[in-house]
Design a binder for this molecule. Structure first.
Ligand code: NAG
Ligand code: NAG
Ligand code: NAG
Ligand code: NAG
Length: 287
């Protein structure tokens, strides 16, 4: 209901936006490209919250073992070092909406799969999509990106995704040093893949102790390296299907045994449920 109402309000503003002279639209798009090329959409390790500010408990996952984070929601497999070799998952790109309607305020959500960033928080290798509403109203920009934290994230240039499309994400560690990998975004409609080989930035290698399916509130950093989380938008439910992680010893794990993580941030909640090889992450508040 909330979602529909927001959409209707937004539709009015979209109409208004389209009435702007096209040069204004051009300026906005140019500004967005400039911001993106300075790589200011970053994933970072999970930031856990000991005492979440949850007033409506029916909005949270009904599991005693759920953990809360300010920036991640999803499912994380946690094991010893050198356990995970690769991870994959397929999802349908959701719609996002400004919440509340904040014209001129960029809002972003990242959807990705990756290795490390939880119990091993000195490195993360991940691939996924950044969904942003650069001006707080449509158009939404949906861009493929990858990151080997602590290095900056890098966009896949020249591909534009749309809500409703199915994509498959794959992260595969190459070798046994935890310092290289292959990252894939497969367009499930066309069968085409974007593939990127990455190596660790100078700094720690992967531990290969975590494998995760995540919806993240990414961080933006100014040129003087002052960083903060983006305002977080409402999103239609993200469901990772065919979610599997493969171990260095040749085994397969599903999220069924994963640690569940809900996001809590100034009363905004995203909650996670897991069933078999499916991870479902839902925006649950405020309502
Ligand atoms: C608590 O959350 C549930 C699920 O989103 C909702 O149906 C219910 O109305 C909420 N209750 C209050 C008091 O906000
Ligand atoms: C994915 O494939 C569909 C169907 O061929 C195409 O319309 C769409 O533009 C593709 N998306 C990307 C990001 O390449
Ligand atoms: C896992 O690997 C990291 C990085 O190599 C290391 O700092 C950490 O001590 C290891 N943890 C265990 C439990 O061996
Ligand atoms: C055409 C294509 O890429 N299809 C893939 C879509 O996603 C499923 C996983 O759910 C893959 O098994 C298909 O190969």
């Amino acid at each position: 209901m909330m979602f529909l109402a927001t959409f209707l309000i937004q539709a009015l503003f979209v109409t208004a936006a389209l009435a702007f002279p096209s040069s204004r639209l051009g300026e906005r798009m140019a500004a967005r490209r400039a911001r993106r090329s300075s790589s200011t959409h970053q994933s970072k390790p999970v930031n856990l919250i000991a005492s979440p500010d949850v007033t409506n408990t029916s909005q949270t996952t009904s599991s005693a073992s759920v953990e809360f984070s300010e920036n991640w929601a999803g499912a994380i497999l946690v094991s010893a070092n050198q356990t995970y070799q690769s991870i994959e998952g397929t999802f349908i790109i959701p719609n996002i909406r400004s919440l509340p309607l904040q014209i001129g305020v960029e809002q972003c959500v990242s959807i990705w799969v990756g290795i490390d960033g939880d119990t091993c928080d000195n490195a993360i290798m991940q691939v996924g999509l950044d969904l942003c509403i650069p001006q707080g109203i449509e158009p939404t920009s949906i861009v493929g990106e990858s990151q080997f934290f602590p290095a900056a994230s890098v966009d896949f240039e020249g591909f534009s995704f749309s809500a409703g499309q199915s994509v498959t994400l794959v992260v595969n560690v190459i070798g046994d040093l935890g310092n290289a990998g292959t990252l894939v975004i497969e367009n499930n409609s066309s069968g085409q893949s974007m593939v990127r080989e990455v190596t660790a930035p100078s700094g720690p290698n992967l531990c290969q102790a975590n494998a995760e399916w995540i919806v993240e509130d990414p961080e933006t950093c100014s040129s003087d390296n002052d960083c903060s989380l983006f305002p977080f938008p409402d999103f239609t439910t993200v469901m990772f299907t065919s979610a599997s992680a493969f171990t260095t010893s040749g085994g397969t794990s599903t999220p069924a045994t994963a640690q569940i993580l809900d996001m809590e941030q100034n009363g905004i909640l995203a909650t996670t449920t897991v069933s078999g090889d499916t991870v479902t992450i839902e925006f649950t508040g405020p309502v």
